[in-house]
Design a protein around this ligand. Structure first.
Ligand code: GMT
Length: 375
């Protein structure tokens, strides 16, 4: 098949997932056309089946807000026509679903049919999409999609709850390529971070308010009182300076490393002992699944889709939002009992295997085949 993939090309989970999906489809022989405003961060391989089409947004002094959606829809039209696409798969509804709808209408005028599938990822529904400013267009363009998928049952329910959706929403869970994490941990790296054999806790996110990075620091400070430990903070975003400040206030700054955005987080995860994700909401929590693929158990909140991924007592622990006491108690218990930590690591890895790329990508292919012939 010839598939157009539209996504945000940044470090966000939706862009990562879309890119990994495109790479996997290309490996299986499909032609994959990424249509984005910048090369996706995970698109770091050469594959003859992968094409990248950059959306250029010309500016003009009149435009306080350059019309990205129009530029995107026009680029979609070009790619559909020039590369004879079979379908478009857009990740994150805003503004990708409405741009796809517009492109579909335009090519229809010349007798071409292009189905489009919208995958909902989270904040496009729970935060941004609900906003009255966007809601009518979001509802319309989701309903106009030829198929709608959500990355967890929770997100599917949230979508039905918040929008008047007239079609079925299929749940297709996010996935991870477990093979990527099958390397040997770099001992020298662990040695640099934790020279005295301290336990390594890790967090990765875009450091937005919804991620509650201050809770990560609070949990770590409590754990650090009982157990020799280090914390690695991966990523960057608006809450980073606040959490650095908090680490200083709580006297743990020397044991916390803010490593910034990382393209290859496997190496860091592979030397880590516990991943912490105290988010206010996650539709899925792809970062937690990647940790599990590296055999790292997860302590997370029990919000959104997280309990569908992180199974309490098996792959790690879940706790109520903001309950840093309970989260730190779970970490201390696991770090004080080698057998318990080993069983959580194994539980996490087994869970990642269930969400392995080879189990999930065929589900997308089956969905695509509802709309076009496999070629
Ligand atoms: O979490 C973010 O702020 C980024 C966001 C995105 O759209 O890239 O992530 C969402 O999609 C990911 C991939 O499906 C999910 O794993 C995240 O849980 C989801 N984030 C939220 O729901 C807050």
């Amino acid at each position: 098949m010839r598939i157009g993939i539209v996504c945000y090309p940044t470090f966000g989970g939706s862009g990562v997932l879309a890119t990994e999906l495109g790479k996997a489809l290309a490996d299986k022989g499909h032609s994959v056309h990424f249509i984005t405003y910048q090369q996706p961060v995970r698109l770091n391989v050469f594959n003859a089946n992968i094409y990248y089409h950059e959306v250029r947004v010309p500016t003009y002094p009149l435009f306080d807000y350059p019309p990205y959606e129009i530029a995107l829809a026009s680029t979609m039209v070009d790619v559909i026509n020039n590369h004879d696409l079979d379908l478009l798969h857009v990740h994150y509804a805003i503004p990708h679903a409405s741009a796809a709808y517009m492109a579909k209408q335009i090519v229809q005028k010349s007798g071409r049919t292009i189905p489009f599938i919208t995958t909902l990822h989270g904040t496009d529904i729970t935060l941004v999409g609900k906003d009255k400013t966007y809601e009518p267009v979001v509802t319309f363009s989701i309903n106009e999609s030829d198929a709608i998928t959500a990355v967890s049952n929770n997100l599917r329910e949230e979508t039905f709850h918040s929008f008047k959706i007239t079609k079925e929403i299929d749940v297709i869970y996010n996935f991870v390529d477990v093979k990527r994490f099958s390397k040997k941990p770099i001992d020298a790296f662990r040695q640099v971070i934790a020279p005295k054999g301290e336990k390594i806790m890790v967090h990765a996110s875009n450091f937005r308010k919804i991620k509650r990075v201050n809770d990560v620091i609070k949990v770590f400070a409590k754990v650090r009182k009982e157990i020799p430990a280090k914390l690695l903070m991966i990523g960057d975003g608006p809450e980073r300076p606040v959490s650095e400040e908090l680490a200083k206030e709580l006297g743990v700054h020397d044991d916390v490393r803010f490593v910034g955005k990382q393209e290859q987080i496997e190496e860091i995860l592979l030397v880590s002992d516990m991943f912490i994700l105290p988010s206010e909401y996650e539709s899925f929590g792809l970062a937690a699944l990647e940790a599990m693929a590296a055999s790292v158990p997860v302590i997370s909140t029990n919000t959104g889709g997280l309990p569908e991924i992180n199974i309490h007592g098996v792959t790690g622990y879940t706790a109520n939002l903001g309950d840093v006491d309970t989260m730190s108690r779970y970490a201390i218990e696991a770090f004080s009992d080698d057998a318990l930590l080993a069983s959580l690591k194994e539980g996490a890895f087994q869970q990642a295997l269930k969400f392995d790329i080879h189990n999930i990508v065929p589900i997308y292919e089956k969905l695509y085949s509802r709309f076009c012939r496999m070629s």
